[in-house]
Design a protein around this ligand. Structure first.
Ligand code: PEP
Ligand code: MG
Length: 887
């Protein structure tokens, strides 16, 4: 089996084998773009290396053969003392992963060949600076020498020459810095820096493979739900040099603005520098447009390449390029990461430009991105003082306490604070802090710095390059040019759309997308983002097979759901109708002695409930409304047992007995349960408390009769919760049908009311066939189904158990947030299949929280459900995801 491939041999379809970077290098090579020659060591070699601790047999020979070919193409030998070929080694997994080791440049330089490079290039400074870069990068990434020691080795020379960066040192000083670096390496790595170029390459390849398994790479994969067993490829490429004087340089460019999605190329350029200088944000870059002045020919060439790439990939591309003495080279491209707003704008632009179809456009945006666009933003009218300005790197409004490193950021976040991570620049080690933060502020680097790229990928707000702010991570404070001080823990607000930092808390307002959904913003007055969202949502609506209903318990909720595009109410929980002043009625119901007292109380509740339902039916005129009969145990509406006992005891001790408390206490004691979630709730209440479900049914039917008489179209459905077996359902169904018939007789209104059941107990999923024979519809209550399948108390574990479980990788995301497809999903599939076999006309939906979760919606669509039901704010997200699931 081959594991090594020349760039000219692959294509962009081979990301599994060649990794993303390798596949795109291959594609560009095929397209005839100016890519330096090289080869890719495939992910298959990495997987074997990680399994067996060694490279697969034959790979070393393959590398030698491909290297030989590269040497012949370039007319130079790797590390040849007279005129060395130098190469770069870059990691490149299928999915771009900033958590992994990225790049080592200048491999092939040795104590000897550095002289050859100097002589051949006629540039001592360049040669020694290249060697210095290699030693530093190699020591850090391959030999695990701590960064600070390497910095220290170089910085003794700074003081002597009074400079701030190594590039400013004279060649002789860099030569001395190289000796110091080699000494640190020998001490720290327990071996000298390898002077054999082939060994340099071999160790570098192994180090890239190992970097797949570093904790920060694992953390990133975990966060992004990238499988752990893909492995990375290694790309070996002939070096081209951006650090050969003012006619050289390096940069990163985007074919459109990745922050806003606006038309026009966008990027950063750094003269006389190598690639990692840009991404590290160590030196401040100039905008790409400046390149037109510096080197108009290369600039024009770059624009041509960018438009070729965009037409070819039919998407926003980002590019890394280097100019060596006026000659342009493309080192990397990929379909670029972008913000949520940019994703929507670009998708629609590409449709208008005829590059993609609306179906494709739908696949280029996600429900999660739409969710981000619905977050509030800063109120333009506030008077919080501006602290500083920087680059608007990733949009949004973030308010949080300042933390100066990952440890502090995680600690604040664990204490429940929102956090703004403040750094000079970030590197992959800062990932934990970036994940814990809502916003990221850096003082160096542009829109393509590590901080900016990662923040956009994570959907976090970021302002970078805030040069007027000096960060002191040791003293844990930042100081502005004017002398204002920010201490750790101080409140900051970041406007990632405008690039502004405020001290204090800026108030936020609704997003324009929400204003539009709410009907408060007319499409004709809306900006292109709102119009793009609207267009893609409409297309999704035309495409989707899955209905989208709302979980709404009040007329106001129902109205909002309707504005947001709900096709009905899929879950109206009736419990809130027993709260507030109505608690007194529940107390009387529980205390009632005899049937007539109980009936009197139920009669009072009936009147109230009828009004509740009537309001929702009017709001949902013409659309179905699924009312769920009462679910929680009654003691939830009564005073707490301990409190009540204290009141009784205190009353007796002080000689003024609390009569109310004393009369309630025995009843509360009687219905107290150790495991109320597993106790007297749902259908069990209906069976044990006579008249309760009948009262609710009567309220629904009478409300339907009244609202129908008013001229509205009412489509009520009654849903029975917590059913485990078919006999339970049959019993209550008989009672419901009896009441419906009685109300129909009395009022003369014959509103058809369908009767269905929640599938939220594993036993119900497993007995779905029989249950379906007595049900018109199923609605999966995936909250309880998850709770009861995993035996996780939904009210407790997210705080007590999940933080540790998520850290330990037991799951990547809470099963209460995103459906556990393997376990709970299996029960869903069983119940769908058996339910439909028991009743071919069965309508099936879901009304647990998962109904609004993008990943879960794709599963429900695939499982053949008819609709999802979710909270009103998630309706647009669900519409979009349902559309995506159908293309
Ligand atoms: C469910 O269990 O998923 C459900 C929708 O019901 P509730 O959340 O009210 O228990
Ligand atoms: Mg439930």
């Amino acid at each position: 089996d081959r594991h090594v491939f020349d760039f000219a041999e692959g294509s962009m379809a081979e990301k599994d084998l060649l990794g993303g970077k390798g596949a795109n290098l291959a594609e560009m090579t095929r397209m005839g773009l100016p890519v330096p020659p090289g080869f890719t060591i495939a992910t298959t070699a990495c997987r074997e290396y990680l399994d067996n601790g060694d490279l697969p047999a034959g790979v070393a020979e393959e590398i030698t053969a491909h290297l030989g070919r590269l040497e012949r193409t370039m007319g130079r030998g790797l590390g040849d003392p007279a005129d060395p070929l130098l190469i770069s080694v870059r990691s490149g997994a299928k999915f771009s992963m900033p958590g992994m080791m990225e790049t080592i440049l200048d491999i092939g330089l040795t104590d000897e060949s550095v002289h050859g490079l100097a002589k051949h290039s006629g540039d001592e400074h360049f040669a020694w600076d290249s060697y210095r870069r290699l030693l530093q990068m190699y020591a850090r990434t391959v030999l695990d020498v701590p960064e600070e020691l390497l910095e220290a080795a170089v910085s003794t020379e700074y003081a002597e020459w009074d400079v701030a960066t190594p590039e400013e040192l004279p060649a002789g000083a860099i030569e001395r810095a190289c000796s110091a670096l080699k000494q640190v390496i020998a001490e720290q790595a327990g071996r000298p820096f390898p002077q054999d170029p082939a060994e340099q390459l071999d160790l570098a390849v192994r180090a890239v493979f190992r970097s797949w398994s570093t904790p920060r790479a694992q953390l990133y994969r975990h966060q992004e739900q990238i499988p752990d067993d893909l492995g990375t490829a290694v790309n070996v490429m002939a070096m081209v040099f951006g650090n050969r004087g003012p006619d050289s340089g390096t940069g990163v460019a985007f074919t459109r603005d990745p922050a806003s999605g606006a038309h026009g190329v966008y990027g950063d350029y750094l003269q006389d520098a190598q690639g990692e200088d840009v991404v590290a944000g160590v030196r401040n870059t100039v905008p790409l447009a400046k390149l037109a002045d510096l080197d108009p020919v290369s600039h024009a060439g770059l624009l041509t390449v960018m438009s070729t790439l965009e037409q070819h990939y039919r998407d926003l591309c980002d590019i890394e390029f280097t100019i060596e003495r006026g000659r342009l080279w493309i080192l990397q491209t990929r379909v670029g990461k972008r913000t949520a707003a940019a994703a929507f704008r670009i998708a629609v632009q590409l449709v208008d430009e005829g590059l993609i179809t609306l179906d494709e456009a739908l696949l280029r945006v996600t429900g999660a991105q739409l969710g981000q666009l619905m977050f509030p933003r800063f109120d333009g009218q506030h008077d919080v003082p501006e602290l500083a300005r920087g680059v608007a790197a990733s949009p949004g409004a973030a308010v949080g306490v300042a933390a100066f490193d990952s440890v502090a950021a995680r600690r604040y976040a664990a204490e429940g604070w929102k956090v703004v991570l403040v750094r000079r620049e970030t590197n992959p080690d800062d990932l934990p802090g970036m994940l814990a933060a809502v916003g990221i502020l850096t003082t160096r680097g542009g829109k393509t710095s590590h901080a900016a790229v990662v923040a956009r990928g994570l959907g976090k707000t970021c302002v970078c390059g805030v040069e007027s702010l000096a960060v002191d991570p040791v003293a844990r404070r930042a100081v502005t040019d004017e002398g204002a001080v920010i201490e750790e823990g101080d409140m900051l607000s970041l406007d990632g759309t405008a690039g502004v930092v405020y001290r204090g808390e800026v108030p936020v307002v609704a997003s324009p997308v929400v204003e539009y959904f709410e009907g408060r913003l007319d499409l004709s007055a809306a900006d292109d983002l709102v119009r793009a969202v609207d267009r893609l949502l409409r297309h999704a609506d035309g495409r989707r097979r899955l209905g989208v209903h709302a979980n709404a318990d009040t007329p106001a909720d129902a109205e909002r759901a309707r504005r947001f595009g709900a096709g009905g109410v899929g879950l109206c929980r009736t419990e809130h109708m027993f709260l507030g002043e109505r608690r007194k009625l529940v107390e009387r119901l529980v205390l009632a002695e005899g049937a007539s007292e109980q009936e009197a109380v139920l009669e009072e509740l009936l009147v109230l409930q009828r009004d509740d339902f009537a309001g929702i039916f009017r709001a949902m005129d013409g659309l179905p409304v699924t009312v769920r009969l009462i679910d929680p145990p009654l003691h939830e509406f009564l005073p707490d047992l301990t409190e009540l006992s204290v009141r009784v005891a205190v009353g007796q001790a002080t000689g003024s007995p609390d009569a109310d408390a004393e009369s309630l206490l025995p009843a509360v004691q009687r219905i107290h349960e150790s495991n109320p979630m597993l106790g007297l709730r749902g259908v069990r209440l209906g069976i044990l408390i006579p008249g309760l479900f009948a009262m609710q049914t009567r309220a629904i039917a009478e409300a339907a009769a009244i609202v129908t008489a008013e001229g509205w179209t009412v489509r009520p459905e009654i849903m029975v919760p917590l059913v485990a077996g078919d006999v339970e359902l049959r019993l209550v169904r008989q009672e419901i049908e009896r009441v419906l018939a009685e109300v129909a007789d009395r009022t003369g209104a014959h509103v058809p009311i369908r009767i269905g059941v929640m599938i939220e107990v594993p036993r119900a999923a497993l007995g779905a066939e029989r249950i379906a024979r007595s049900a018109d519809f199923f609605s999966f209550g995936t909250n309880d189904l998850t709770q009861l399948t995993w035996a996780f108390s939904r009210d407790d574990v997210e705080a007590s158990i999940f933080p540790r479980y998520l850290d330990a990788g037991i799951f990547a995301v809470s099963p209460f947030e995103s459906l556990d497809v393997e376990g709970v999903g299996r029960l869903v599939r069983i119940a769908v299949a058996e339910g439909r076999s028991g009743n071919p006309d069965l309508v099936i939906g879901v009304c647990g929280e998962h109904g609004g979760d993008p990943a879960s919606i794709a599963f429900f669509a695939a499982a053949g459900l008819d609709y999802v039901s979710c909270s009103p704010f998630r309706i647009p997200i669900a519409r979009l995801e349902a559309g995506r699931a159908s293309v």
